[in-house]
Design a protein around this ligand. Sequence first.
Ligand code: FMN
Length: 204
Amino acid sequence: MEKVKLAVIFYSMTGTNYQLAKWAAEAGREAGAEVRILKVHELASESVIEGSPAWKATVEATKDIKEAGSEDLDWADAIIFSAPTRFGTMPSQMKQFIDMQGGLWAEGKLTNKVVSAMASAQNPHGGQEGTVKEIYTVMMHWGAIIVPPGYTHDSIFEAGGNPYGTSVTQGEDGKMVENVKDAVYHQVKRTVQIAGWIKEGMNK
Ligand SMILES: Cc1cc2nc3c(=O)[nH]c(=O)nc-3n(C[C@H](O)[C@H](O)[C@H](O)COP(=O)(O)O)c2cc1C
């Protein structure tokens, strides 16, 4: 069977979602998928970024990563989104990327994409679940097939037990509080596996 094509699309200001996305890309490759790791376009001005060493460091660390475009969504069988919480919702950078997909949607090219989402926040209950569910609301409008982790693996409990999608708390030192790597791996492998079943079924 042809490989599942996986797009891992993230926004990250201080590196957390970049790390989640890197783990997701690794997991996708381990699951046998062809993987593209992609960032969404930054909307903040250079002068604002310049004033935050952590933000500047993330921009520098991700400078060689391609920006996601409609062609990547069209290419992908499966998509993993990763985004930090902004007052309980997704960041405008991610929303802007989504809002640019009207053309692809109108052509029916987002139907049956197999999708799953991850999120982070500063607080353990700072809006991670809401952010994942907000992404899923968009996915329902796309006619995409949402693959939530549920409680399908022990790693989900260790990661804090979010059945909507892996989520993490960013501690005061900027590091992740919960151990979520295994949960990310499980979520991505499960998404790739289900995308494979669907791809195979569609090709019959
Ligand atoms: C404008 C703004 C709003 C935020 N709102 C929340 C919030 O409502 N709850 C929360 O716990 N963290 C909030 N945060 C913290 C971020 O979610 C956190 O820094 C982020 O998840 C880290 O991810 P990143 O390192 O990938 O940028 C906010 C951060 C910013 C800049």
